[in-house]
Design a protein around this ligand. Structure first.
Ligand code: UTP
Length: 295
């Protein structure tokens, strides 16, 4: 029997420099797509996949905001109840994580994604765990992490979500060295972080969803910096391949929006805005008219 995955790590201690000045005082994961912050989509996806415990790896700025977003707000509830705003009351109730399931740890300096995950090591010790990067917003049914859980419950090991990127963009991603493929499932024999296009073993890139064996900490404990001088999570996954941990990529069914970039953020807001039943028609009508204007 594979150990069930019940814990998720959200590494959210990055500085979001591509989104300055918006991210000077508001962390990237609190920026809204349609009516809710990015991080809430990530928590919803994790819950749908069966996750019960949530840990946020934060810098100094974002912890109070995250804590208040996912905690009860009695005065807001009273206000909404008194005004009969039942829909809003329900929307607010959906955000709440039970206090004993909501956890935080600090990453004092953004030394890299691998380092951020390492900061959560005591929380996940001895168990497989999920990692979600909230700025990769994925629209999918069932959610991307649920699709990955189904693979993990059969095969165990490390499972990552993957998609093809343009050949000239491999130097922005962790790229898989493919051993074999079976439908959407890819068996990988290796992994290269941010390879130049002429050195890339494929164009299949890891996006921000991982289910990891806790053996990754054996490498992360060493604190070795990799590409870009950062402690890379992909290097830790790579190190476990030799240590006999199975490694699979899943070409998930769904659409990913890279909300860490301005283009992806706008793309997601337009898409989720058009999907919102309350406002879909007026947004569609506005866009049609707007696009008719001379450029
Ligand atoms: P990014 O590579 O997008 O970095 O991190 P960033 O700092 O958020 O944004 P830019 O590139 O400066 O605009 C991907 C995810 O990993 C987290 C980030 O918070 C984000 O959720 N991360 C990254 C950490 O938690 N710690 C790190 O040291 C690096």
């Amino acid at each position: 029997m594979k150990k069930p995955v019940t814990k998720v790590v959200f590494p959210v201690a990055g500085l979001g420099t591509r989104f300055l000045p918006a991210t000077k005082a508001i962390p990237k994961e609190m920026l809204p797509i349609a009516d809710r912050p990015l991080i809430q989509y990530a928590v919803q996806e994790a819950r749908q996949a069966g996750i019960t415990d949530f840990i946020f790896v934060t810098g100094a700025m974002n912890r109070p905001l995250l804590k208040s977003h996912f905690s009860e707000n009695p005065s807001l509830n009273t206000f909404l109840r008194e005004r009969g705003k039942t829909t809003e009351l329900n929307l607010v109730a959906e955000t709440v994580i039970e206090p004993d399931r909501l956890h935080f740890c600090s990453q004092d300096k953004p030394l890299g994604l691998g380092h951020a995950v390492w900061c959560a090591r005591e929380f996940v010790a001895g168990e497989p765990f999920a990692v979600i990067l909230p700025d990769d917003l994925i629209s999918a049914e069932p959610g991307c992490l649920k699709q990955m859980m189904d693979v993990h419950s059969r095969l165990g090991g490390n499972v990552v979500a993957v998609e093809n990127v343009a050949p000239d963009l491999t130097n922005r991603y962790g790229i898989l060295d493919i051993a074999s493929e079976d439908g959407p499932l890819v068996v990988a024999r290796g992994l290269v972080e941010k390879p130049a296009p002429d050195k890339a073993p494929s164009t299949l890139s890891i996006i921000g969803r991982y289910i990891l064996d806790d053996k990754v900490f054996e490498h992360l404990d060493k604190g070795v910096a990799g590409a870009g001088g950062e402690i890379q999570l992909t290097d830790a996954i790579s190190a476990t391949i030799g240590a006999g941990v199975p490694f699979h990529g899943l070409r998930f069914a769904g659409t990913r929006y890279d909300c860490g970039s301005m283009y992806g953020f706008v793309e997601a807001n337009v898409t989720f805005g058009l999907q919102s039943s309350a406002h879909a028609e007026e947004i569609r009508a506005y866009l049609k008219n707007y696009l008719k204007r001379p450029v």
